[in-house]
Design a binder for this molecule. Structure first.
Ligand SMILES: [Zn+2]
Length: 408
């Protein structure tokens, strides 16, 4: 057995055989998008398997390709499909799945198995594309709805993790640019809160994408985004807003002992400590306008009413609870629980929104945990898992996930 065969067997993956005989294969495929048609000639790879050049295919599907470290990531309709180059395997929504043949590179051109256009895209993106086998034609469907509320029918397929495709989450790495956040007492020299929030934010983006969830970042570099603008990244088609931060406490007796993680959702601060954290995070406003943050938070009353708050707050609270529960499985510190506070960054989001304080930079153990790559990855993965659980629950509750036939 080849190394790949052994890998596939170990993973419990069956290597599929070619679905159709060579004789029945078309010479070309047609991609019929809403803006026109593209014809792409099929080729054969070294082993005689039919392949499609990825560039024209992905362009016709309005997608993106990224090749990196032996993997090719093809993103279509915000869903990333990752191909291990040279292996009959691909990864989608955090699962490794078999391919009829392999993705390959030939003089800088990426080729994908014909199966991708004929089976995989129309299967996973069934609400968007239909495969007409007789005409070897992939058709983009009109009138696709994108909002959660408008998403419907039972014929829409699900991702392997049970989610519907098409979710979008805004990830907000706190601070940035001239606003360093807290100084990071127990972080390595020169590392501040803004660096850690960005590192974990980028990892969270990757983890969400791997689970088939689209991601919008408020920032991907060391720049300052105004607090009041951050929530605006989570627009109508966005399901959730997740802001990442690192906590700290002021110098006083025993202050380095305080550690752990807590997740906030928007509300008037219920405790003195929550008010303190909110004030600290809202202080970033002074980097932008010189405005008094207290005046900004004063507008909270109005916003809370404006939000039709109950539904929103209940959803945000549930997400916060799931995030705390998942983080508990990976964090070396303890869960400090779900809290409410008047974070300005949350007031501008018109969707369920949370703010995660991932630990204390003023505690040596949290400081190390938050700046170690492997634990950052575990943290990001746990938050992504919580988001998936939340979205599945939400789909069930709102009936956007339809079980045709059998029970749950
Ligand atoms: Zn912060």
């Amino acid at each position: 057995m080849s190394a790949l065969g052994a890998l596939a067997a170990a993973l419990g993956v069956a290597l599929a055989t070619l679905p159709s005989s060579a004789a029945s294969l078309p010479r070309e495929v047609t991609v019929a998008g809403l803006r026109g048609e593209t014809r792409i000639a099929l080729r054969r790879d070294g082993s005689g398997s039919p392949v499609v050049p990825a560039s024209p295919l992905v362009a016709a599907l309005d997608g993106m390709i990224r090749v990196e470290a032996g993997w090719a990531e093809v993103t279509i309709a915000r869903q990333p499909f990752r191909f291990l180059i040279g292996a009959p395997l691909y990864q989608f929504s955090n699962q490794l799945l078999p391919l009829a043949s392999t993705a390959s590179m030939s003089s800088d051109t990426l080729y994908l198995p014909y199966q991708f256009v004929a089976e995989i895209v129309p299967y996973y993106l069934a609400d968007r594309y239909r495969w007409d086998a007789r005409r070897a034609r992939l058709e983009e469907l009109r009138g696709r709805t994108t909002t959660l509320a408008g998403r419907a029918p039972a014929d829409v397929s699900r991702l392997p993790n049970g989610l519907r495709p098409g979710h979008l989450v805004t990830v907000d790495p706190g601070h940035g640019g001239i606003d360093p956040g807290n100084p990071g007492t127990y972080f390595p020299r020169g590392v501040r809160e803004k660096d850690v929030t960005l590192q974990v934010g980028l990892l969270l983006r990757d983890e969400l994408k791997r689970r088939g969830i689209g991601v919008r970042m408020t920032r991907t570099t060391d720049t300052l985004i105004a607090l009041g603008d951050r929530g605006g990244y989570c627009t109508a088609e966005c399901d959730l807003f997740v802001s990442l931060h690192v906590n700290s406490v002021a110098r006083r007796r025993g202050y380095t002992d305080v550690r752990g993680f807590e997740t906030f959702f928007l509300a008037e601060a219920k405790t003195e400590d929550a008010a303190r954290v909110a004030k600290m995070e809202n202080d970033a406003v002074r980097f932008e306008t010189g405005e008094d943050p207290a005046a900004v938070v004063g507008g909270l009353d109005f916003i809370l009413k404006d939000l039709q708050l109950n539904e929103h707050l209940r959803e945000s609270a549930r997400l916060a609870e799931l995030v705390e529960r998942q983080m508990e499985t990976v964090h070396t510190g303890e869960s400090r629980g779900v809290k409410q506070a008047g974070f300005m960054v949350l007031t501008t989001a018109r969707r369920p929104a949370i703010l995660v304080e991932m630990g204390y930079s003023t505690n040596p153990l949290d400081g190390r945990f938050l700046t170690t790559r492997s634990s950052q990855r575990a943290l990001a993965s746990s938050i992504a898992d919580a988001v998936v659980v939340y979205l599945i629950e939400y789909e069930r509750k709102t009936g956007t996930a339809v079980d045709s036939g059998g029970g749950q």
